[in-house]
Design a protein around this ligand. Structure first.
Ligand code: FES
Ligand code: FE2
Length: 376
C-alpha cells in the first residue's frame, strides 16, 4: 500500500475543494476519501468500506459529520471508527472500523501521511511562506502523465532553463550563455532535503532551490526586501500520473488580487516542463548507472539516491487485525482504479440514486486565493 511512497507527508489537494461532499483522490495508487466532520475538520480514510470494499466516496455525510457507505449504510467517523450498522443492533462496531490516515490542513492545502491506521511520527515540514499570515498564497493544480520521480527531478534541474524555458524564466540565461559557458552547482544537504545554488561563468543569479523530502521544491526568487517563493509538489496519483501542486507565495502587494496572473505564469512555465517530462522513458527514473550524467546533474542524482535508498521499496500495511479473514480478503481485493468510482458515481447520478452533490471528482480546474493558513 502506497508502495514506493509510504510513511511520508504530502500535500494532496487544495483545502478549499473540500466542502460538504466526500472528495475522492488517488494518492500513490491508493484511493483515499477526504471529508469534513461536523466541526469542519478534515478527515481522510482509505476509500474502501471494510464491509465489502465499496468506495466510501460514493456515500454521503450525515448530520454528525460521519461518512455513510452507499452500499449498506454503515457509518464511520473521522478516525475510521464505525458508529452505526443498519439492521444489526448487536453488531460490535469496534471491530468494524474503516482505515483512517493522518490528515492536516495547512497553508491552504490538505496533507496526508501515507501510512494507514497510525499516528504520524512528525508533522509536515513547512516553510514560513506556507503558514505565516505575512504571505498570500496562490494555488494551481495540473495533471501530468508522468511518473512523479521524473517530474520531481525536473524541478531540481537548473541547466534545462535556457532550453525548455527560453521564453520565460530561462530567457536571460539564454542570452548570456556562450558555447563554452560553465554552470557550477552547489548542493548543500539540509535536515529535510537539500539546497541548490548555481553560478554560470561565475555569476550567481541569486535564486535558490530547496528540496524537501519526499516530493517538494521551493524556489526563492531574489527581490531586495521582499520575499517571493514558488513551491511545487509532485504528488504521485495513479500509475505514471502526477498531480502537480503549484503555489506562488509572497509577502508584498498582498492586496493585489493577482492570483489568476500568478497562476497563469506558473502554469505556463510548468506546461513547458510537462511536454518534456512526459516524453521521458522509462517513465520512472532508473537507477543512476542506467543513464549518463554530468556535473550539473548533482541535485537530480542526490534525489535519485534518496529515492532508491529510502522510498522506492517503502510500503505500508493497513491495520485490519480486527477484521475476520473473509472481510480482510474482501477489503484487499477492492477495486483500486479511480475511473471505476467515477463511472459508478455517474451511473448512480444519472439514475437519480445519488444526489448531484454526492460525489466529487478531481479535475484540478480553477484557482483559489488563500490568505490564511487554513484550519490546520
Ligand atoms: S456497508 Fe459498505 S459495503 Fe456494506
Ligand atoms: Fe522547468
Amino acid at each position: 500500500m502506497f508502495h514506493g511512497f509510504a510513511q511520508v507527508w504530502t500535500p494532496v489537494e487544495r483545502a478549499a475543494r473540500l466542502r460538504r461532499r466526500p472528495l475522492s483522490l488517488v494518492v500513490a495508487g491508493e484511493r483515499v476519501v477526504l471529508f469534513r466532520d461536523e466541526a469542519g475538520q478534515a478527515a481522510a480514510l482509505l476509500d474502501r468500506c471494510p464491509h465489502r470494499g465499496v468506495a466510501l466516496s460514493l456515500g454521503q455525510i450525515d448530520g454528525q459529520g460521519r461518512i455513510e457507505c452507499p452500499f449498506h449504510g454503515w457509518r464511520f467517523g473521522r478516525d475510521g471508527r464505525c458508529t452505526h450498522v443498519p439492521f444489526n443492533p448487536q453488531a460490535r462496531c469496534e471491530t468494524l472500523s474503516a482505515t483512517a490516515l493522518p490528515v492536516r490542513e495547512l497553508g491552504g492545502l490538505l496533507w496526508i501521511y501515507t501510512a494507514p491506521g497510525v499516528q504520524a511520527p512528525h508533522e509536515p515540514v513547512l516553510d514560513e511562506s506556507l503558514h505565516s499570515p505575512d504571505f498570500v498564497r496562490f494555488i494551481a493544480i495540473q495533471h501530468w502523465r508522468a511518473h512523479w520521480t521524473r517530474a520531481m527531478e525536473n524541478m531540481l534541474d537548473m541547466p534545462h532553463l535556457p532550453f525548455v524555458h527560453r521564453t520565460t524564466i530561462g530567457r536571460d540565461l539564454r542570452k548570456r550563455m556562450r558555447s563554452d559557458s560553465q554552470m557550477r552547482i552547489e548542493w548543500t544537504p539540509s535536515e529535510h532535503g537539500g539546497q541548490i545554488r548555481s553560478t554560470v561563468d561565475g555569476i550567481d543569479g541569486g535564486a535558490q532551490l530547496d528540496f524537501t523530502r519526499p516530493n517538494r521544491m521551493m524556489l526563492t526568487i531574489p527581490i531586495p526586501g521582499k520575499r517571493l517563493r514558488l513551491h511545487v509538489a509532485c504528488v504521485p496519483a495513479a500509475e505514471n500520473e502526477t498531480r502537480m501542486i503549484l503555489l506562488t507565495t509572497r509577502d508584498f502587494l498582498r492586496w493585489l488580487p493577482s492570483g489568476p496572473i500568478d497562476n497563469w505564469l506558473n502554469a505556463r512555465i510548468a506546461l513547458q516542463d510537462q511536454a518534456i517530462v512526459e516524453s521521458s522513458q522509462p517513465a520512472e527514473i532508473p537507477p543512476p548507472a542506467n543513464e549518463r550524467s554530468v556535473a550539473t546533474d548533482k541535485p537530480t542524482l542526490q534525489f535519485r539516491k534518496y529515492y532508491f535508498d529510502t522510498l522506492r521499496n517503502s510500503d505500508a500495511q493497513p491495520r485490519l487485525v480486527r477484521l475476520g479473514k473473509r472481510a480482510l480478503a474482501s477489503a484487499l481485493d477492492a477495486e483500486s482504479e479511480d475511473g471505476r468510482v467515477a463511472d459508478a458515481a455517474a451511473r448512480l447520478r444519472r439514475d437519480g440514486d445519488l444526489p448531484q452533490a454526492g460525489h466529487e471528482q478531481v479535475d484540478g480546474a480553477g484557482a483559489v486565493l488563500t490568505t490564511s493558513s487554513g484550519r490546520g
